[in-house]
Design a binder for this molecule. Sequence first.
Ligand code: PLP
Length: 467
Amino acid sequence: MAKSFSLEPKKVAPVETPNRRICTEIPVPESIPVIEKLRKFEPRSMTGQPLVVWDRAEGYNVYDKYGNKWIDFSSGVLVTNSGHANPAVKKAALAMIEHGLMHNYCFPTEIRSELVEKMVEISPDPLNKVFLLTTGSEACECAIKLSRTYGQSVGGKKKIKIITFDDDFHGRTMGSQMAGGSPASKEWIVNQDPDMNQVPFPNSFKYEWADETRDDYSDDNCFGIWMGFLEKQGITPDTIAAFMPETFQGGWAQFMPVGFAKKLRQFCDDNDILLVFDEVQAGFGRTGKLFSFQHYGINADLVCCGKGISSSLPLSAVIGRPEVMDLYGPNKMTSTHTGNPVCCAAALANIEYIFENDLIGKSAAMGEVLEKRLDKIVEKYSDYIGNCKGKGLVKAMVFVKKGTKDIAPDLAHEIVKLSIEKGLLFFAPVGAGSTIKVCPPLIITREALLEGLDILDEAIAEAILAG
Ligand SMILES: Cc1ncc(COP(=O)(O)O)c(C=O)c1O
């Protein structure tokens, strides 16, 4: 269960480097009324994040208005791939506002045409159609609808199952939550759809059979064992419309073994099943490829995008094969804020910036720096870090109770708190509350990345000592 951070200001050592500045107690006493007002007027569920009252953010830094400055290892939950308030993105959004178009419903606009053309240009064939939406959950809901519709078109009323994975996260709206793999978070639904089913994700931290090195294709390998979970639930291929995995599982930054993904693709092809990758947090260069499913050497039928698509303003998308994307006639798939012109301008500028500045290559290169330094941290605290996975500029460390596989949410929480007191920003631990994710903007410098990792190292040592 996620914990709130304490409202009690704490005296902390001052910090002053070109990348960080801490010059007040943390949380800042003057910021407490702001937090209290939020706590009074917002639901309790909004109280989970560390108590840093953001004033502005630029590049890889977040600032409050009391003189403090953090290195951001969160990218605002994996959104700001091209950096906070990227100048090109800001200029494009401002230009659209200044020009005088801030909303257009589904009426045609030039900027929307430019964005969808660009998105098709960068997507692998035959992903040649794009539908713009607003949130990642909405994109997943749309992919679910298209998949079920497609399934029925090729296999009749029974081909409607959407198969997702234990521990998956696809959002918090009803359909996306039903597709999620956390039973506790969907208890409120009560009457859950019997045709949205979960099977284990090949997660090597949890299952021996999911060892990434076991990529052979024999029946007793990872994929063969995994098929048993479908069979156990009585799920046959003729009832499946789509598989919809997170490309890597957010709670652990765990990818599938490549051989598993290839086998899954083949299984989908053999049985007219769609393979939908939820790339909401994995896309737009985050892992050293434009889309993370490209690490598997396979293609998707539909891709759900969000977050890093604009590095800022709310925009999401489903990209897909035309025969699936075109299943609905005029005005049957709409959303009020579809392709908002300011968001489109921001997204187009963001994508151009990512390519013109090779942020995908930078993510891969900086990912190596990150991995090397994290390996040392994992080695140093091996009794407390059960797992550390990820690619490019996303890595997730799962903290455990000393020498066990039992997760340690209190330790993870303390590490985040201590890091923040030292000028390094993370979002609250994720998964079951014991995973700390390192996911800075892709424009982070090597120097700032290493500085942040030194702080993380210190914070882990202090948290263990205090524990
Ligand atoms: C993989 C994945 N899918 C979907 C979502 C939902 O996106 P949103 O919060 O924009 O609805 C998220 C958000 O964290 C995500 O990580």
